[in-house]
Design a protein around this ligand. Structure first.
Ligand code: LHQ
Length: 253
């Protein structure tokens, strides 16, 4: 249910149940979690999460849980493992949103570092429409990305948000034409993978800490991270390339 492909430092993980609009099953979550654990390999410098067919993912496969007296807490532990792995990866994680992202499918995109959307993408929280509350990190990420009130509004009324609207509210970072979307994502990701990915990873750690820290703490933590970045090969190369007026060749180390 997950296709994993690695090329030029980019690991692409594709949610692959196109006949079910990539509705999420337990099997898919276990496979995705395992693939994300493998993505810790330093040869992987960027991770792309996308969906096959016309949707990104419509969230939990409601047929899998319907009529079964599931423990929501137990079931969500599978989602939560994936959300934590996406956040903990010390490298850029890109959501390439090719179509519908609903419910926990929407949440998955929020745990990624950037959302790159096709013109055909749309987002809908969906939870409130079936009497549930947001899960899989949505209540954490959404207010931090678009602000408290807007997040409350979306999570309560659950409208369909087009890629364009999502872009305007800062939920989507780039929009690409539907035609050639895969190629555009590949180019974007490959270029990013040639960047100073160690510094990207440290920056991600800073942002994570920033979500619940004081200025004092952040100043100390920035200095700590800069101590690491400042001793990296990429910093030495970046500095030298700047002085020699040429393009840097970063290794991610
Ligand atoms: C689906 C689904 C789906 C099964 C479309 N499941 N079949 C965690 C813990 C435990 C339990 C519960 O959940 C969670 C986390 C969650 O993710 S809860 C939220 C689950 N997701 C939703 O509620 C979204 C439901 N889907 C929709 O609102 C629409 O399908 C959207 C807006 C995503 C797409 O609309 P359309 O493009 O108009 O497509 P459609 O509605 O016609 O759907 C196509 C087919 O896919 C249809 O089946 P059919 O047999 O009529 O062709 C849908 O029933 C099926 N489908 N989502 N989540």
């Amino acid at each position: 249910t997950i296709i994993s492909q690695q090329q030029e430092g980019v690991l692409t993980l594709t949610l692959n149940r196109p006949e079910a609009l990539n509705a999420v099953t337990t099997e898919m979550l276990v496979e995705l979690g395992n693939a994300l654990e493998q993505a810790q390999d330093p040869a992987v410098r960027v991770v792309v999460l996308t969906g096959s067919g016309r949707a990104f993912s419509v969230g939990q496969d409601l047929k899998e849980v319907q009529g079964r007296n599931v423990s929501f807490q137990a079931h969500l532990s599978h989602y939560n493992r994936v959300i934590k792995l996406l956040q903990q990866l010390e490298k850029p994680v890109l959501a390439a949103v090719n179509g519908a992202a609903a419910g926990a499918g929407f949440s998955l995109t929020l745990a990624c570092d950037l959302r790159l959307a096709s013109e055909k993408a749309f987002f809908t929280p969906a939870f409130s429409r079936i009497g549930l509350v947001p899960d899989s990190g949505m209540s954490y990420f959404l207010p931090r990305i678009i602000g408290w009130t807007k997040a409350y509004d979306l999570m309560t009324f659950s409208p369909r948000i087009s890629g364009e609207e999502a872009f305007e509210m800062g939920l989507v970072d780039r929009i690409f034409p539907a035609e050639g979307f895969e190629k555009d994502i590949r180019l974007f990701a490959t270029e990013l993978a040639q960047g100073p990915t160690l510094s990207f990873g440290l920056t991600k750690q800073l942002l994570r800490r920033s979500a619940s820290s004081s200025l004092e703490d952040m100043l100390d933590y920035e200095a700590e991270m800069q101590e690491i970045a400042g001793r990296s090969q990429d910093h030495a190369e970046g500095l030298q390339a700047f002085l020699e007026k040429r393009a840097p060749r970063f290794s991610g180390q």
